[in-house]
Design a protein around this ligand. Sequence first.
Ligand SMILES: [Zn+2]
Ligand SMILES: [Zn+2]
Length: 341
Amino acid sequence: MKALVKFAEGRQGMEIRDIPIPTPKKNELLVKIMAAGICGTDIHLMHDEYTYYPPVILGHEYTGIVEGMGSAVSGFAKGDQIISMTAAVTCGHCGYCREGLLMLCNERRSIGSGVNGAMAEYMVIPAELAFKLPANVSGDDTMAIAEPLACVIRAVIEQSHIKAGDVALVSGPGTIGQLTMLIAKMQGAYVIMSGTPQDAERLALARELGADAVCSSPQELKSIIDKITVDGVDVAYECAGAPPSLDVCINMLKKTGNLAQVGLYGKPVPVDMDKILCKELALSVSYATERTSWDILLKLASQGKLEKVKKLISARMPLDEWETAFDMFANKEGYKIYLIP
Ligand SMILES: [Zn+2]
Ligand SMILES: [Zn+2]
């Protein structure tokens, strides 16, 4: 089968290889990949800015069809369309594992960096991490966006403090920002999406997807906030992973508000801790997903509430054209780009 393998440093350490189709172990599913989304993490992996265990097949955002399974698997049948959690290897007995916090296990290895991932024709995954998709979202590859969506569900629904009537700021209108806005709207908040003058198209899409207000400068943001609130926003989701965006979030929050960190910066950044202290801000963070996040995602999917995510899939490209696709993604051309093996 064809697979995009990272075997050494840099872009020159990545290539399409022809390797044998994996054989599922007794507790594993063999999945035929329909689509694998490119994520910021994959760009970091290309540049060796994220831990990986070479040679490894990249890709952790996908949906696919069960093609075979090990002898101990039950509850799945050939032909089922699935999505799955990414933490393929965990120790199973540490305090975090026992609490169900698989992402925090010290021995965790995830698909696409620690073990072989989804940018290939086939992949194996422990059956206990997989979820059969409800019929109404099966039959096409839309749900390859499930993993980033589950990340946002964890950030917004599980970790942040947001309720109907709150005013929420989402700073950074990329894919994660747009998904954050969609989920914050589901929680009943008034959502303002903020970006930069370069983000005109992204802000227009945010509007189309249901943002209550959009703005492209801190001044514009301030005037919107002053019209709708007395003290500032209740929750601010930092989704850009950029220090100026973090400053805007801290400045626009009301005292006792919730600073929710969703984006990754990739390096240490300066933070005005005194302001956080003086405003008594609560900090909420989340690291990818846990099982509970996927349970919520599946409910929203079966209730038909995830239709709008289709607008965030901007291109589908053959796996062979991964270099062009990675460049498009890194240059912020569009939102999600799916590689089709
Ligand atoms: Zn991702
Ligand atoms: Zn563990």
